[in-house]
Design a binder for this molecule. Structure first.
Ligand code: GTP
Ligand code: MG
Length: 602
């Protein structure tokens, strides 16, 4: 880049279209005709072609450039650059729709505008439509449509008018109004950077001029803060128990002293410091920066939560999402199969709950009676995540409103969230209802059992952070109640539940275990027993899952130490269990006052 253009703004564009319609040639032309190629490169490639008796192709420039650029580790090989007098352009090379969608959704390549190429001879093809739809899905509204290879059609205006009329209609159906429709010949250089003598009937701008009319997207700094938590780092100095909450600020800004809320957990705190990587601490950080913050209160945070400012519109939370989804998987997406959703930094199991409509993106025919989503379909559907997630409607904040779906370790689909859904029953509720329907109830009622055992049954859940001595309390409590003739059992569930720092796999295992716990406790409490167990790091939603599965039987929650659960869900709060006897006495008292332990009548 030359000195006189330093300081110009940048805009990223994506060039898409059907196979062989001339995407690479358009980009090659842009590079060559704006003088953005390294000195002598054009000559070198033409000479090379001549030597090999191969016709010169502008597309070769791209390959040559890529080879060269990818040798320097700083340059992403999937991009190339050119400039106009107004700004620098970054072209995102997206060879197929998988890469395109992947890049777009991961945010790795946020295109602000698109150039859609259609071959004048072949006309509108499947991908011309599909890519048009993807643009609408991804919310790219600045679009220049090129009718390319006009030279093959004698540069005739009717050809251009015919194709653009048809394509305009199509785009209108998906809510896109192309900003420009330009007849070009990329190979001959008509209307790419210079105008065309061959098409005097066209009075609009060249491609380069058209690109220059596009606007930069409003800076995400002005939107509410969204800082998805990537990781939590511990300070290593002795006695320092602070944690650095690290991630990339997607939108908005944050200052020291701001009151913040973490979603979906709803925990609140204040920003104590903003740490920089290799730079001194800052007082403010904003969209686009990778940063780490520390909080004034030590609250328990998991990666995948989104940090928002308490004074701004918070992210939405929930387990059910209405989405527009583009499916690319080799196998169709089907209900009742577990997939993985990646949404910001969160990674959660997800199920297809309901297919509202399926759209064949290539011809826009809809089908409202489908149960599954085939490859290349675009579907409006409802997804359900295992745990609540924080998100935004894509129309409000695109960065936190898009996701990808993983199937067999591969990206199989991607899409955008259009709305939260709150009306449907959750999977776990359905599971419990289904179980109850199949349950053959015993003729001995809970009241009769209570009278026999001198106790009402309940699950006693002792929870709180790991390593607080909960298990010892639970075991002693079992012994104590047993000695006193109670019908009691300590359930020592897998130790993996005690882990606080979990990878994906452990998180899945934990979910399985909690479901099992819900089912088991339903059996034991049905049988009239007081069941005692411990779970570390239980959050509100996990508790809800256990309660749902244990329903209609009771559950008492004892929290030890720092509360991870909302206060109103805790029946007894203990600060610690160093005094074992004291802790037990309090739990026993709770059981008595709530009339789980019935005194003997003589
Ligand atoms: P894929 O990357 O394979 O999808 O193709 P592409 O869309 O990048 O097309 P590419 O630029 O490689 O062009 C495909 C063929 O069309 C090449 O042989 C080009 O020379 C030819 N072509 C591209 N633009 C024009 C044009 O304006 N006129 C004519 N006559 N041929 C063109
Ligand atoms: Mg190409």
């Amino acid at each position: 880049m030359t000195e006189n253009t330093i300081g110009l703004e940048q805009m990223s564009i994506v060039v898409i279209g059907h196979v062989d319609h001339g995407k690479s040639t358009v980009v090659g032309r842009l590079l060559a005709d704006t003088g953005s190629l390294p000195e002598g490169r054009l000559k070198q490639i033409t000479a090379q072609c001549a030597r090999n008796a191969k016709p010169f192709e502008y597309a070769f420039l791209l390959d040559a450039l890529k080879d060269e650029q990818s040798q320097g580790i700083t340059i992403d090989s999937a991009r190339c650059f050119f400039k106009s007098s107004r700004r620098h352009y970054i072209v995102i090379d997206a060879p197929g729709h998988i890469e395109f969608l992947k890049n777009m959704i991961s945010g790795a390549a946020r295109a602000e505008a698109a150039v859609l190429v259609i071959d004048a001879k072949e006309g509108i093809q499947e991908n011309s439509r599909r890519h048009g739809y993807l643009l609408s899905l991804l919310g790219i509204r600045q679009v220049a449509v090129l009718v390319n290879k006009m030279d093959l059609m004698g540069y005739r205006e009717e050809v251009f008018q015919g194709i653009t009329a048809e394509y305009r209609d199509f785009l209108a159906q998906v809510g896109i109004q192309p900003t420009w429709l330009i007849p070009v010949s990329a190979r001959e250089g008509d209307n790419i950077v210079s105008g065309s003598d061959a098409m005097p009937w066209y009075r609009g701008p060249t491609l380069l001029d058209a690109l220059d009319t596009f606007d930069k997207m409003p800076s995400p700094v002005d939107q509410p803060l969204r800082l998805p938590v990537q990781d939590i780092y511990k300070f290593t100095e002795q006695g320092d128990d602070r944690r650095i909450v690290a991630g990339r600020i997607e939108t908005g800004s944050v200052r020291v002293g701001d009151e913040v809320v973490l979603l979906p957990s709803g925990k609140r705190s204040r920003i104590a410091t903003i740490e920089g990587f290799h730079v001194p601490p800052q007082t403010r950080a904003q969209a686009g920066q990778c940063t780490g913050v520390t909080l004034t209160e030590q609250i328990y945070i998991r990666p995948g939560e989104v940090l928002c400012r308490a004074t701004e519109t918070p992210a939405l939370t929930g387990t059910q999402l209405k989405v527009n989804l583009f499916w690319m998987g080799r196998r169709p997406m089907i209900p009742d199969k577990r997939y993985k959703m990646k949404l910001t930094t969160a990674s959660v199991p997800v199920w297809l709950r309901q297919v509202v409509t399926v759209l064949d993106a290539s011809d826009l025919t809809t089908d409202a009676n489908r149960r599954q989503i085939e490859r290349h379909d675009v579907a409006e559907c409802v997804l359900e995540t295992l745990r609540p997630v924080a998100f935004d409607r894509t129309s409000y904040i695109p960065q936190t409103g898009r996701f990808v779906i993983i199937d067999y370790y591969e990206i199989a689909g991607g899409g955008v969230i259009t709305d939260p859904v709150t009306t449907q029953t959750r999977r776990v509720q359905e599971k419990a209802q289904d179980r109850d329907r199949r349950w053959e109830p015993s003729r001995i009622t809970p009241a009769v059992r209570a009278a026999r055992f001198n106790q009402r049954s309940t699950l006693v859940l002792i929870c709180g952070p790991a390593n607080t001595g909960k298990r010892e309390v639970a075991k002693r409590l079992e012994e104590r109640l047993f000695e006193r003739g109670r019908f009691v059992y300590y359930l020592g569930l897998s130790h993996s539940l005690l882990g606080n720092e979990m990878g994906d796999h452990e998180a899945d295992e934990r979910d399985e275990t909690l479901h099992r716990l819900g089912e088991i406790s339903h059996l034991f409490t049905d049988a009239g027993m007081i069941l005692i167990t411990t779970v570390s790091g239980l959050d509100d939603d996990e508790l809800e899952t256990i309660r749902t599965l244990n329903h209609p039987n009771d559950c008492l929650v004892v929290n030890v130490g720092q509360a991870l659960l909302s206060q109103d869900r805790v029946d007894l709060q203990l600060d610690h269990c160093r005094d074992l006897e004291g802790a037990m006495a309090k739990i026993e008292e709770l059981l008595s006052t709530k009339e789980y332990l019935i005194e003997y009548y003589l």
